[in-house]
Design a protein around this ligand. Sequence first.
Ligand code: SF4
Length: 425
Amino acid sequence: MNAPLPRSAAPCGGIDLHQEQGQRAVFCGLTGIVWLHRKIQDAFFLVVGSRTCAHLIQSAAGVMIFAEPRFATAIIDERDLAGLADANEELDRVVTRLIERRPDIKLLFLVGSCPSEVIKLDLSRAAQRLSSRLNPVRVLNYSGSGIETTFTQGEDACLAALVPDLPREAETSTPALLIVGALADVVEDQFLRMFSAMGIADVRFLPARRAGGMPAVGRNTRYLLAQPFLTETARALDERGARRLAAPFPLGAEGTTGWLFAAAEAFGVSALAFEAAIAPGRARAETALAPHREKLGGKRVFFFPDSQLEVPLARFLARELGAELVEVGTPYLHRAHLAAEIEWLPAGTRVTEGQSLDDQMDRCRAARPDLTICGLGLANPLEAEGLSTKWSIELLFTPVQGYEQAGDLAELFVRPLRRRALLEV
Ligand code: SF4
C-alpha cells in the first residue's frame, strides 16, 4: 500500500534530517473511516472499492453486530473492472437504496479506493449528481486510495472535502476559534471548558458531531490544528480566508499548554486568566506523568513513519518522559505546521522523512531500541525478534490529547515495556 508523498527541502532546525524513498509499509487512507464514522454521527462512508477494501475496513473497525454500521463498501467486481458494467448506474442504484433504507443519514461520503481509480470512476461527478437527486442529503467525495493516501491522510482528505461546503462566516463577525481535526467528544468537552474559563466563548470544531452543525468559516476565523496531518484541510481553510494559529500539538502537558497558549494569545487573554484556566489541568497532567517518567526515562525509542504524529510524540517522550530518540521516522514533515515541535526536539535528533523500508528495518535491528513505534504489519516480525513495539494506529483510536489524557498517553508507551518484562520473566 504505497502512496506518493510530497517532498520537502532540508535543512530544518537543529535536527538531523534525512529523506528516504523506497518501499513503504503504511495503511491506506480508508483507515480514517474507523474513527471518522464515530465522530460525525449522522454521516455514512460508502467505500467504492474491492473486497480487499471491505476486509480492511471491517477488520480495522471490528464487526458492529448490534448497531447499524455507518460505513460499507460498494464492491467493484471483475465485471466492472473489465468495463462491462456501467459502474455509475450501479453506484446510483446502491446509494439510492441505502438512503431509502437509512433516513438517519444526512451526509454521505463516497470514498474512492485503488480500484475506483483504476477504472477511473469519477466520484466527484457522482457526488454532485447524487447530491441534487437526494437533496437534502449531502453527498461528498474524497479519496482513501492507497495510491494517493497513507493512513491519516484519509482524515485530511475527508475534512478538506467538507471545507467548500461549510457556511460562510460574515465579514463583520467577531473572531471565532476553530479547532480542526477529529477529537474524542470527551476531549472536545474538556477543551471547551478550558477555553470558556479563559473567556473564549465562540469555539467551533471541524468536523462537527452532526452534519447540520458544521462550523461557519471566514476571514475572522482563527484555527488551531489538533492533528499534525491536515495539510490539505489547512490549505482549504486558508483559501477561505481563515488564519492558522502557529502552535505545538496538544500532546502531553507541555504540548497542551503551548497549544492553548496560542489561542489565548490570539484572543487577547491575559496571562493571569490563562494561568488560572490551565493551572489545575496542567498540575493533574504533571502528577499523572511522574510515575511513567521512571519507566520511560532513558529508554531508547525508534519511530517508523506511519501516522504523521511521530514528531509531536517524540517530543513528548523526550522532553516530558526523558526517553532517548534513536530515530523519528515520519511519512511527511510539514515544516510550517510542525515548526514548534521541531524546535522542541533535542538537537541532533535523527528525523527521517519518507521511507525505505529495508534500510530502516536494518537500522532498527542494529540499534535494538527498547521501544519501537510502528504499523501493525511491522510489529509482529519485530516482536518475534525480541523488540517491544507499540502500534501507532492505537494512538488514533485512543483519546490522547489534552491534560487529562497525558497520563494515558504515557501509559500507552509503558505497556509494551511491561509486557516484554513479564514475557522475559
Ligand atoms: Fe487496498 Fe487500495 Fe483498497 Fe486500501 S484502497 S484497501 S490499498 S485496494
